[in-house]
Write a protein that binds this ligand. Structure first.
Ligand code: 5GP
Length: 115
């Protein structure tokens, strides 16, 4: 059995975090190290997909759910405009290999591109 990701441990309540939104298959939390005025992570509850590439090829409907919840939280926490970032691979800055979308919103500047 592979070890649970940090996001699975948050979902299961082992690590404290405020879940700001949740649907049957997806949840959203605040990033612990925000890179923008609003920086949320939208995460499939299943930890079986390591990257957005795996998610898109195996379960595109679940990817669509991630994007829909990103829009919802960007509307609830900012004006509805947002930047969506999927770091994909360690070389691109991915540190947690349980696919997640960074939702960056609020007063964005160029630095936020590097979240
Ligand atoms: P990645 O670098 O994989 O694209 O994004 C992982 C993100 O998870 C980082 O932005 C990091 O700040 C965030 N993160 C890591 N550990 C925790 C945690 O325990 N709680 C929360 N809320 N965010 C975390």
């Amino acid at each position: 059995m592979t070890e649970s990701s940090i996001f699975t441990r948050i979902l299961e309540g082992e690590i404290p975090a405020e879940i700001v939104a949740e649907t049957e298959n997806v949840f959203a939390i605040r990033d612990i190290a925000p890179q923008a005025p609003v920086h949320l992570l939208v995460i499939p509850k299943t930890g079986e997909y390591r990257s957005v590439v795996e998610l898109a090829s195996h379960d595109p409907a679940l990817l669509a759910e991630v994007i829909a919840l990103a829009h919802t939280v960007a509307t609830e926490h900012a004006d509805g405009d947002f930047r969506l970032v999927f770091n994909t691979g360690a070389g691109a800055g991915q540190t947690v290999f349980h696919v997640h979308a960074h939702v960056l919103a609020g007063d964005l500047d160029e630095k936020s591109l590097n979240a």
